[in-house]
Design a protein around this ligand. Structure first.
Ligand code: SF4
Length: 405
């Protein structure tokens, strides 16, 4: 997939500024992809296949990668799954190409984590699953000593994995989920964004104490306002502490269909617009391939990445001189492979040319039966409506901007 990257401007607070100023973060390598720094926002997803199904997993990873998913996540619930990743990685290299891989691991599987860390480029841990305290039904709080003792136990458990990743130059995602905060965080900070942030910070400090900084942080929640607050608070805390770890954005359990997409966009898009976020995953209860176009649409709409043609079209009204929906569909079908171009389809000459938002080309209703083709703001030719799409293609060809699909 062809991608055109937008330049990232330096951070400046200007009221009339139309550029998104991304938060400056440290660059963290995940295989051949780099998250953070001045790199474009990275798109990721997760396969549904059982990792023990080697051929199925290779096919699933490849399918996602071919449509633009840059990092693919897999689950490793057992040692056999961890070992299977060695084969998956080899098969990808032999039959396709190396794909940056991430594995999800759990605290009670440190041996599994150490095995899988040999085969993947990044390991994701969920701090909420590092629970060592015995459940006490009547507990209402943790003393400072208890809190610290458990912290020390977490460090001891995590240390071999951190050292392994550090020594191999690989990465770790500290992935906090609102729905699975450890009890000791819940009792101390409440079921709040603050609890999520403190949970992440505890793990960051452990990693830093071992001189490991290849970290990416996520603070997902299924409620958008909670997720927004957690990421904003994390940024504030990191700024205060002089940390600049990149952030992985996502809304968990967003569901499916239109609402799942809107909910993900509300969370991810809002933060990206504020300059927050270095990699994204849209989690839909649908085939993972369905997530990738949503990621790209969010990034394109914000001008952060350009992976498709940007279409500008008026909503149509009483002045519209042709079937706008039908023409937009025809124009899109004919030109959708011309990544990098902005094309406008406007219903009338009264407001159309002025509202084309600086599109490269315009298709504008001129008078009944006729349309006008524009290059930028300049009217180039008036043609019968029946020849409109064909003539638009010809104009793009004349300008040397056409490529065959
Ligand atoms: S561009 Fe013309 S046709 Fe389209 S909505 Fe505006 S006034 Fe109506």
């Amino acid at each position: 997939m062809q991608t055109i990257e937008q330049p990232i401007a330096p951070r400046e607070d200007k009221l009339f500024d139309t550029t998104i100023h991304r938060r400056q973060t440290r660059a963290v390598k995940v295989g051949s992809v780099t998250i953070g720094g001045n790199n474009p926002v990275v798109v990721q997803s997760m396969i549904n296949e059982d990792t023990l199904d080697i051929d199925g997993s290779v096919a699933g990873i490849r399918r996602l990668h071919e449509i633009g998913c840059e990092i693919v996540r897999v689950t490793v619930p057992s040692m056999a799954h961890a070992r299977a990743l060695a084969e998956i990685k080899q098969k990808l290299a032999d039959t396709y190409q190396p794909v940056p891989l991430v594995a999800d691991v759990h605290h009670n599987g440190m041996k599994i984590a150490l095995e899988v860390a040999k085969h993947v480029d990044k390991v994701r841990i969920n701090p909420g699953l590092y629970v060592f305290e015995k459940p006490k039904g009547d507990r209402t709080e943790y003393s400072q000593t208890e809190f610290e003792e458990i912290g020390a136990k977490i460090k001891e458990t995590l240390e071999p994995l951190v050292i392994s990743l550090r020594d191999q130059g690989k990465a770790m995602r500290i992935g906090v989920n609102h729905g699975s905060l450890a009890e000791r965080m819940l009792f101390t900070y409440g079921d709040t964004p603050e609890g999520m942030v403190e949970s992440a910070l505890e793990f960051i400090r452990i990693c830093e104490s071992l001189d490991f900084k290849n970290l990416i942080i996520s603070l997902k929640a299924s409620r958008v306002p909670v997720m927004l607050s957690a990421y904003r608070l994390m940024v504030k805390k990191m700024d205060e502490l002089g940390m600049s770890y990149p952030l992985h954005l996502g809304v968990t359990e967003a569901g499916d269909g239109e609402y799942g997409r809107i909910k993900s966009t509300a969370g991810i898009g809002t933060l990206l617009a504020e300059g927050i976020g270095d990699t994204i995953r849209v989690s839909l209860t649908e085939a993972p391939e369905k997530e990738i176009p949503v990621c790209y649409s969010i990034l394109q709409a914000l001008g952060l990445r350009k992976t498709m043609v940007e279409y500008v079209a008026c909503p149509s009204c009483g002045r519209t001189l042709f079937n706008l929906e039908e023409v937009l569909h025809k124009v899109r079908e004919a030109t959708k492979h011309l990544t990098g171009l902005d094309i406008a389809v406007m219903g009338c000459i009264v407001n159309g040319p002025g509202e084309m938002a600086d599109a490269d080309y315009g298709y504008v209703g001129r008078q009944p039966g006729f349309i006008s083709l524009y290059r930028g703001r300049e009217e180039i030719r008036k043609v019968p409506e029946a020849e409109g799409v064909e003539q638009l293609i010809q104009l793009i060809k004349d300008d040397g901007k056409w490529v065959d699909p």
